[in-house]
Design a protein around this ligand. Structure first.
Ligand SMILES: Nc1ncnc2c1ncn2[C@@H]1O[C@H](COP(=O)(O)OP(=O)(O)O)[C@@H](O)[C@H]1O
Ligand SMILES: [Mg+2]
Length: 241
């Protein structure tokens, strides 16, 4: 369960990037957070995950307020950032172990999990190489593996498909579906509508820092008949471009 309540972010330069964003992602749901570049998706995700403190509003993950009870909140979700270029002097395996240490995952539990994930993402041979020598897609896959080693009940993914090759994107989408199916919550941002259309139970569309529409794909098709999701999206967000 992911709960955003009135999340507003005014950056230091006075720019109001988001304005009163509220939504709930229930257990068993995959929700796509769609919007054009600069809409405020990353800002909302950073407030949900405790990287940014909201100017106003609250974020509660699995019952834990991210700012009042950050340790418990952070243990209960996996987060994939939009930029995989961190700590690249570490090898892939060192980075995974660094994350697994933070989550107190016992060594005997993590080895089989790392093995399984590395196999799925075709990263076994790369684990002992420094991440500085990885391609963007490999870094992204490594971030996915590290985030999923502790397999918590909520996943919060910022543009997770960007830079992944088709096989890795396919695997990740499959895993997102599997994860939601067994009763977990998955929220991912995307500026690519096809990805949202393939995966989501529900879509939240954000533009200029505000939610302008949300609902199931069926609802959107009923509400905006005879249009593809992409056409609906352009119609809703394009006016301001
Ligand atoms: N650190 C920052 N300081 C000032 N403005 C920012 C900062 N980060 C993002 N913004 C602005 O906030 C808006 C939303 O950005 P962002 O959340 O990254 O959008 P998205 O992820 O949807 O592309 C944009 O106008 C962006 O330029
Ligand atoms: Mg972004």
């Amino acid at each position: 369960m992911i709960e955003a309540q009135g999340l507003t972010m005014i950056y230091g330069n006075g720019h109001k990037a988001t304005d009163g964003i509220s939504f709930n992602i229930h257990k068993g749901e995959i929700v796509g957070f769609a919007g054009p570049n600069g809409a405020g998706k990353t800002t909302v995700i950073k407030m949900l995950t405790g990287i940014l403190r909201p100017t106003e509003g609250t974020a509660v993950i699995n019952g834990f307020d991210i700012n009042k009870d950050p340790l418990n909140a952070k243990r209960s979700f996996a987060y994939i950032a939009d930029n995989p270029d961190i700590l690249i002097q570490l090898t892939g395996l060192e980075y995974i172990n660094f994350i697994a240490d933070m989550y107190d995952i016992p060594t005997e539990d993590r080895a089989p999990k790392i093995d399984e994930l590395a196999e799925r993402f075709d990263m076994k041979d790369a684990l002992n190489t420094q991440m500085r020598d990885y391609s963007h897609g490999m870094r992204q896959k490594l971030m996915v593996i590290a985030a999923l080693v502790h397999n918590p009940p909520a996943w919060i993914l910022d543009e997770p498909m960007t830079g992944l090759d088709p096989t890795a994107a396919f695997e990740l989408k499959k895993m997102m579906r599997e994860h939601a199916k067994v009763g977990n919550s998955v929220l991912f941002s995307t500026h690519v509508l096809e990805v949202a259309e393939q995966l989501c139970d529900r879509i939240i569309i954000i533009n200029k820092g505000r939610i302008i529409e949300q609902g199931t794909l069926d609802y959107l098709r009923l509400e905006y008949p005879d249009r593809t999701l992409e056409e609906i999206f352009v119609e809703l967000t394009g006016k301001s471009e």
